[in-house]
Design a protein around this ligand. Structure first.
Ligand SMILES: O=C(O)CCC(=O)C(=O)O
Ligand SMILES: [Fe+2]
Length: 351
């Protein structure tokens, strides 16, 4: 599955005019060996944390290698996810996503339109004109007292539930480590975030981008997933070898491919962590476009199917998100609870 050639750093090298002269806008998504933080010497640990935080200040995106999640665990999650999406529509539709407060269930193609627009009418018009060409399955913590996951029957999707619950837990644990690295890199106490993220208010999203005719993706504003930022602290993104994820260089506005690198996880900062850090850390726009299409015949081309899994990490829903220490002297934003922020964003993007 993960068979693409690896490349470590992406640079656009485009010149950009800054207030004080001309600078080269290099845009990097660095590849960071996370074992140096988890098991390295104190000096290795500190330098890795600093490297992560500087990348999160600059591009908001990193590739993490040696992250500790075994390849077979990821492969199993991809296999079970693919099996789920192959179920008949009638079966999946019975598990439909219903409420942004729950944010659980199956989202069929066209129901979500990720965007930076905030006006509900504008988003509805975009969804009508250029919906996202993807279907997703959203999974939350399974022990929530108010909201229940929408599990398929075990007879329809054997081992789906167990696999996804294990994967959820595994991703949560990695998230805790990455947040420790961020705390260290921000010169906070290493465990600063631990108590603020332990309730696992996260969202595991399985994504399936079906093969589609190239012509359908050629419309204005049309992408497999429109340009957007994520909402929470961090996103852990697992992608197959097809490609299509692009990240916007904030200095030039140019989107550049975040090509799949075998064995790595793409980690990006979400809006809530950017807000928490008073915009010291950057939540960067990204999108999914269709990779090169295969010709069906002389007139039509088809893009290959793509699969990815995003683990959207959130602080505890009741956590108050207000300017972190060491992130400027003046808070740019009013304090807000995680829940108020996330539910507000989700309510605007779904039909
Ligand atoms: O599928 C991908 O590679 C990215 C998906 C994504 O950015 C999202 O769901 O927020
Ligand atoms: Fe995203």
């Amino acid at each position: 599955m993960f068979s693409f050639r690896a490349s470590v750093i992406i640079r656009t090298g485009l010149p950009v005019k800054r207030r004080r002269g001309l600078a080269t806008a290099s845009f990097r998504i660095p590849l960071i060996d996370f074992s140096r933080f988890k098991t390295g010497s104190p000096a290795d640990k500190k330098s890795t944390a600093t490297e992560i935080v500087s990348a999160m200040k600059e591009s908001g995106f990193i590739y993490l290698s040696n992250h500790g999640i075994p390849a077979p665990t990821i492969e199993k999650a991809f296999t079970r996810s693919a099996e789920f999406f192959r179920l008949p529509s009638e079966v999946k539709d019975k598990l439909a996503w219903e409420d942004p407060r729950s944010n659980r269930g199956y989202v069929k193609i066209g129901r979500e339109r990720v965007t930076q627009a905030t006006d509900a009418a504008e988003i509805a018009a975009l969804r009508e004109k250029a919906p996202d060409f993807k279907e997703t399955m959203e999974i939350g913590r399974d022990w929530d007292s108010a909201w229940k996951n929408q599990w398929p029957q075990a007879t329809d999707a054997p081992e789906f539930k167990e696999t996804m619950l294990n994967f959820f837990q595994t991703c949560h644990e990695l998230h805790v480590f990455v947040m420790r690295a961020i705390a260290t890199g921000l010169e906070l106490e290493e465990g600063f975030f631990d108590q603020r993220i332990q309730e696992q208010c996260h969202n595991l999203r399985l994504l399936s981008y079906p093969p589609i005719k190239r012509a359908l993706l050629d419309g204005e504003g049309q992408a497999r997933a429109g340009a957007h930022s994520d909402y929470g602290t961090l996103t852990l993104l697992f992608q197959d070898s097809v490609g299509g994820l692009e990240v916007r260089n904030p200095h030039t506005g140019v989107f550049i491919p975040a090509i799949p690198i075998p064995g790595t996880i793409v980690v990006n900062v979400g809006d809530l962590l950017a807000r928490w850090s008073n915009d010291v850390l950057r939540s960067t726009l990204h999108r999914v476009v269709a990779p090169a299409a295969r010709l069906l015949n002389a007139h039509e081309a088809i893009t290959p199917a793509r699969q990815s899994i995003a683990f959207f990490c959130n602080p505890n829903f009741t956590a108050e998100i207000s300017c972190l220490p060491n992130c400027g002297t003046e808070a740019k934003y009013l304090p807000i609870s995680t829940e108020a922020y996330i539910v507000g964003r989700l309510a605007a993007t779904y039909s």
